[in-house]
Design a protein around this ligand. Structure first.
Ligand code: GLY
Length: 559
């Protein structure tokens, strides 16, 4: 059996702490087609051009990340943060990078509460206190330093052009800008750029001059321009003037971190995803471990029993998320307690012995011992792969642009548990583990994932969607690994989502509402759950697919 299997059987945590890279004792990967899949066709074109010119998957990922900050400003960003999984085909190693935002130094547990301990509406989502220190620029520079082959100026240059010369808005984007008009209008800088008096329409040219200047400065002066140069000063001063708590030290101290990914096995596959401060890989792994105890392929994809099992696996895993997870630098919870196969077996036996909804009152009692965010997947012809999810949190983040920068700032502070039991934007509740603390990362659900078959990238995927990210990735994996669907079918298949609290099953397919109701789940129809951008190895080539739940995405194969 592969090295990774053996190590995981021994002890996940020791394994995680002892090594920072996971090696796959696999066969070498021969040349094949390269693929880029992103949320926006222009960013996909930017990435595929880099690959055509001889850049590697990491170069393409950096270029795409900067381009999406321009062409997909609702989630693409340099004012936010995220996570990426990085597979080096030459060294056969996989690691992750955590470039999540961190809470400002002056952040305090009760900063979003009034004197009576009540949550002040909007403070964690749309005020000058809503943002964490952005990590995207540092993250991209770190990836570049370790893995890049092209000069970084070449990788940022397409983003500068798109911001300076502008790009034409699709119907979807024009409508989305108009829909967020009130949010943009609250900040004069954002209003100046994103609000058009007589409304945006399809085909309008959208230019971002300030953002172009900022990107040029970053390209000329490097990562420090963002954290200690003119850009940092502009952001800090603007926030100070408007009641924010950013200080120079917040920006000077920011560092993204390479980390081991969280890996598990599922049938014959090795699955790697993101660990803390994202809950994504942990919840995904726990759900898969539970479901591995059932003969899933014997049920139809749309059968009531399959949907029941899926729902219960999500409920147990999300309940544990709420109770136990938070930034590992601030909590010493042993995650192997909830990611172990043994624990999953116990939960599976409870689900097996029940025919309808299982009561989950206190998570962990069985221990033996936004919808905005954007994902892209890239593989190059040598087999290097990047699975990247990054975000501003909700659409267009806090809606605040620091004067003169053109940078939309995140509202990631809302991902903290701002008061125990109080639901965040995504309805997620949290505990002590995820309370607001100085310099801490808020708990995320982002789940950039790479599935390996015999040591070779087999499936690369991820999704936006706040809490639904994890269930979306889970179902995409099951559709391919259990139900043998091709990537288009697996992406289009209807999804469900349960996150323990609220105690509601969200369901895309209205047809099944009544049946699932009979199992005593409260169900709510949801037009859209997640939006995957995936690459699958199929018949000796890689195939990309951009989810059709929203328009404008694109996959390009480079030969
Ligand atoms: N802001 C959404 C997430 O990180 O899960």
């Amino acid at each position: 059996m592969k090295l990774i299997h053996t190590l995981f059987k021994r002890n996940l945590l020791i394994f995680l702490f002892l090594i920072s890279l996971i090696s796959f004792s696999s066969l070498s990967v021969s040349k094949h087609n390269a693929v880029v899949v992103t949320r926006h066709h222009l960013a996909t074109e930017v990435g595929s051009k880099i690959l055509q010119d001889g850049g590697n998957a990491f170069d393409a990922a950096i270029s795409v990340a900067f381009a999406l900050a321009v062409v997909n400003p609702s989630a693409g960003n340099i004012g936010g943060g995220g996570f990426a999984l990085l597979y080096d085909a030459n060294k056969k190693t996989i690691e992750s990078i955590d470039y999540r935002e961190r809470a400002p130094i002056k952040a305090k547990e009760n900063m979003f509460l009034d004197e009576n301990g009540n949550v002040i509406k909007g403070l964690s989502t749309s005020s000058f206190l809503a943002s964490g220190i952005p990590g995207t620029v540092d993250g991209m520079y770190k990836i570049h330093k370790k893995y890049g082959s092209f000069p970084i100026s070449k990788l940022i240059s397409p983003a500068i052009d798109l911001a300076e010369k502008g790009f034409t808005l699709s119907k979807f984007q024009a409508n989305y800008f108009n829909k967020n008009r009130d949010k943009f209008s609250k900040n004069p800088e954002t209003k100046k750029i994103f609000v058009k008096k007589d409304m945006w329409k399809k085909g309008d040219l959208f230019k971002q001059k300030d953002l172009a200047k900022t990107l040029k400065r970053i390209s000329n002066f490097g990562r420090d321009e963002f954290y200690s140069g003119e850009t940092a000063k502009k952001i800090i001063n603007y926030y100070k003037k408007n009641g924010g708590i950013f200080t120079q030290n917040d920006f000077l101290n920011y560092q993204s971190k390479f980390k081991p990914p969280l890996c598990t096995t599922f049938i014959d596959y090795d699955i790697c995803s993101m660990s803390l401060p994202s809950s994504g890989g942990i919840v995904l792994s726990q759900s898969l471990n539970i479901l591995e105890n059932f003969d899933l392929s014997s049920y139809g994809h749309d059968s009531l029993e399959y949907n029941r099992l899926l729902t219960e696996a999500m409920r147990f895993s999300f309940a544990d998320r709420s109770e136990f997870l938070g930034d590992a630098d601030f909590n010493n919870f042993d995650i192997s307690k909830i990611t172990s196969k043994k624990y999953a077996k116990t939960l599976a036996s409870i689900i097996k012995s029940s025919k309808s909804k299982v009561a989950i009152d206190s998570p962990g009692k069985y221990f033996n011992e936004s919808e905005e965010t954007t994902h892209f997947s890239i593989i190059d012809s040598n087999g290097n792969a990047v699975s990247n999810t990054y975000t501003l949190n909700t659409a267009y983040g806090s809606g605040i642009i620091a004067k003169g920068t053109g940078i939309l700032m995140n509202n990631e502070m809302d991902d903290f548990s701002i008061k125990p039991g109080f639901p965040n934007f995504f309805g997620l509740v949290g505990s002590e583990a995820n309370k607001v603390e100085s310099k801490k990362a808020p708990l995320s659900s982002m789940t950039p994932t790479i599935v390996f078959q015999e040591g070779k990238p087999f499936l690369i995927t991820g999704s936006p969607g706040g809490s639904t990210i994890i269930s979306t990735v889970l179902q995409l994996l099951l559709n391919v690994l259990i139900f043998d669907m091709e990537i288009d079918e697996a992406s289009k298949a209807k999804r469900i989502h349960h996150q323990w609290k609220p105690d509601v099953l969200f369901i895309e397919n209205e047809k099944y509402l009544k049946d699932i109701d009979e199992l005593s789940f409260d169900t709510i129809y949801r037009e859209r759950i997640g939006e995957t951008h995936s690459i699958l190895f199929h018949e000796n080539r890689y195939e990309g697919f951009a989810d059709l739940r929203r328009p404008d995405g694109k996959a390009i194969s480079v030969h």
